[in-house]
Write a protein that binds this ligand. Structure first.
Ligand code: MN
Length: 291
């Protein structure tokens, strides 16, 4: 018998671009059909998300849900402009409430800055604005029984947290124990020395993982060293969610796809992609267990 300790998730963008009722129904159905335990819903389209309907769909099939998002340059908690910071904080609060109402336990992503290419390094004032907003959000999250994740993203998508070491320093500055670190192999490939050291460095503060290839297509068709990464996860005793993330212009969420620079078709059949990813991750998890 295989004892599965890590919930294995799939990002909704494998299935659908946005979060209309029909799209949520399809995403939930396909997540179950392809054998995943958890659906990660991006909240980029929060305005059109019918939360009660989505919750019904998710509860009916018994999968888990996690929520993710990045901010935008006009609603950026790492800005030095108070009005921009306030808009970002409001967006995060709405996203936190939505996560709770959906039955999720984790809100993660680039919660600390816009998702996009900055033209300068973060200044101390912007950084401390982001820390203050996330401290308040974490305290609110604790009351709801939720965790916040800080996803470490590459230099072209944020200027604030590019490495595991950056994330540890930022989390220390926030100082709330329900803020955890979220590593993503796609971003690690650009910024980290390898796939082992960052995992060991973060250790028990690792709370969420994204598995994506260097080109964000089919797992195993790029050059990432997933074997070392899964061994490192096993070595630190990581039992949290491992979510497959892949983007293709076959499924388009206009604004998010542009922010992520998804310009080409790496696949056109999300179901085939997801089935392949599910079994690839299972094999890697089994290989990572100590014998
Ligand atoms: Mn990611």
């Amino acid at each position: 018998m295989v004892i599965r300790t890590n919930p294995v998730g799939v990002h909704a963008l494998v299935w659908v671009g946005n979060t209309s009722a029909g799209e949520v129904e399809r995403a939930v159905a396909m997540t179950v059909e392809t054998g995943f335990d958890l659906l990660e819903l991006s909240l980029h389209d929060l305005d059109s998300l019918d939360i009660a309907h989505a919750r019904e769909q998710i509860d009916a099939v018994g999968i888990g849900v996690a929520c993710s998002r990045g901010l935008s340059f006009d609603a950026d908690v790492s800005s030095e402009d108070t009005a921009v910071v306030t808009r970002g904080a409001d967006l995060l609060q709405r996203s936190l409430r939505a996560t709770s109402q959906l039955g999720g336990q984790v809100l993660t992503g680039a919660l600390y800055s816009a998702l996009g290419k900055y033209d300068r390094s973060p200044g101390p004032a912007g950084r401390s604005n982001a820390v203050a907003v996330l401290r308040d959000l974490a305290q609110e999250a604790r009351g709801l029984g939720l965790q916040l994740g800080l996803e470490v993203c590459n230099r072209y998508e944020t200027n604030l947290i590019n490495t595991a070491a950056d994330a540890l320093a930022f989390t220390d500055a926030i100082g709330e124990d329900n803020v955890m670190i979220h590593l993503d192999t796609y971003h690690m490939n650009i910024e980290e020395d390898d796939f082992v050291r960052p995992v060991r460095l973060v250790g028990d503060r690792l709370g969420y993982v994204h598995i994506g290839e260097n080109h964000r297509g089919y797992l195993g068709t790029g050059h990432l060293d997933f074997t070392s990464f899964f061994h490192a996860l096993s070595d630190i005793g990581f039992h949290g969610p491992i979510t497959f993330e892949s983007f293709s212009s076959a499924v388009v969420a206009r604004r998010l796809s542009s922010d992520l620079a998804v310009w080409r078709d790496l696949w056109d059949d999300g179901e085939d992609l997801a089935r392949h990813a599910r079994s690839y991750i299972e094999v890697q998890l089994a290989g990572g267990r100590r014998r």
